[in-house]
Design a protein around this ligand. Structure first.
Ligand SMILES: [Zn+2]
Length: 312
């Protein structure tokens, strides 16, 4: 028997078929085409799954970047999938493919993937943040995904780190997401360049992206290092509060920005050490994610394996 894991993002659908031991057998990806509306997106999801589906497939695991009800499999107004509104993707896919379907938030499944087979393998309490254009969060406790009372738990991107900080996508001010995302990193560098700070990034004003800032940091650019230090500090401030509240044994930092490795993680660790309680700070492990951009696909597949009672 096999399972298929799917990660439906705003720009890409990623998917893979796995055996019941959790080994990825074949992967694929396709554009989501979210601008073309709900019917097109659903047809793209179905095509991607059909490309991997066979009679051996016993379940589907689906990760979606959306507030959702993980029990019923209902999405609530996914911000990156306009036109979906309230939609039961679990029923839709179960009717289409005739197998069990399990649905969860992409950041939760990213964390779950890292818990099963990544940097947080076997952690008792795994705290995970995905740092990209936004910041997602996941908390795995005793091998289970923490959903909270309304399926909205572990939205770590929206804890406040500066009450007077910039306005976040959620409407609040100074959320972690508004202070430590790749969007913030780029904005910070752009602002410092406007202030006249010397940097090899100066000619790239207006077309900056995290990768270019990372490369400049590797080449010893002071401003690039400063920008990662500020983002790392903000992230470390947010994580410290979460660590003091939740007492995890492992913290996994994933998402696009985590590709910067120690350039991001050093200031994060420094801040965590300075701000967390003495009983915790020497015993906590802070790691970058290892499963890469298919993390949520792994997590979705592992959850599918779990519901059909297979081994990982
Ligand atoms: Zn927010």
């Amino acid at each position: 028997m096999k399972v298929v894991g799917v990660d439906v993002g705003g720009t890409q659908i990623k998917a893979a078929v796995f055996d019941l031991n959790g080994n990825m057998l074949k992967s694929t990806r396709a554009p989501t085409e979210s601008r073309l509306g709900k019917e097109r997106v659903l047809s793209n999801i179905v095509s991607v799954i059909e490309g991997l589906f066979s009679e051996d497939v016993a379940a589907l695991g689906v990760a979606v970047a959306s507030p959702l009800d993980p029990v019923e499999g209902i999405l609530y107004y996914p911000p990156n999938l306009p036109g979906f509104g309230v939609f039961n993707i679990k029923s839709f896919l179960e009717e289409r493919f005739g197998v069990s379907v399990v649905v969860d938030n992409d950041a939760n499944l990213y964390a779950y993937g890292e818990w099963v087979r990544g940097a947080g393998r076997g952690a008792q309490v795994l705290l995970c943040v995905t740092v990209g254009t936004g910041i997602g969060g996941g908390l795995i406790h005793g091998g289970n995904i923490w959903h909270g009372a309304h399926g909205m738990g572990a939205e770590f991107g929206h804890i406040t780190v500066d009450p007077d900080g910039p306005v976040c996508n959620c409407g609040n001010r100074g959320c972690l997401e508004a202070m430590a995302s790749s969007y913030f990193l780029v904005g910070y560098v752009e602002r410092r360049l406007r202030e006249g700070v010397a940097s090899r990034l100066a000619p790239l004003r207006g077309v900056l992206e995290p990768k270019l800032i990372y490369e400049a940091a590797l080449e010893g650019d002071t401003l690039a290092h400063e920008a990662f230090a500020v983002v790392g500090k903000n992230l470390g401030v947010g994580l410290s509060s979460l660590i003091n509240a939740l007492d995890p044994d492992v913290v996994v930092v994933g998402g696009g920005l985590s590709k910067a490795g120690m350039i991001l993680l050093e200031p994060v660790k420094k801040e965590i050490y300075a701000r967390t309680l003495k009983g915790i700070r020497d015993r906590i492990r802070v790691e970058t994610a290892v499963l890469g951009e298919f993390s949520a696909v792994y997590g979705a597949a592992y959850l599918a394996i779990k519901i059909i009672g297979g081994d990982r």
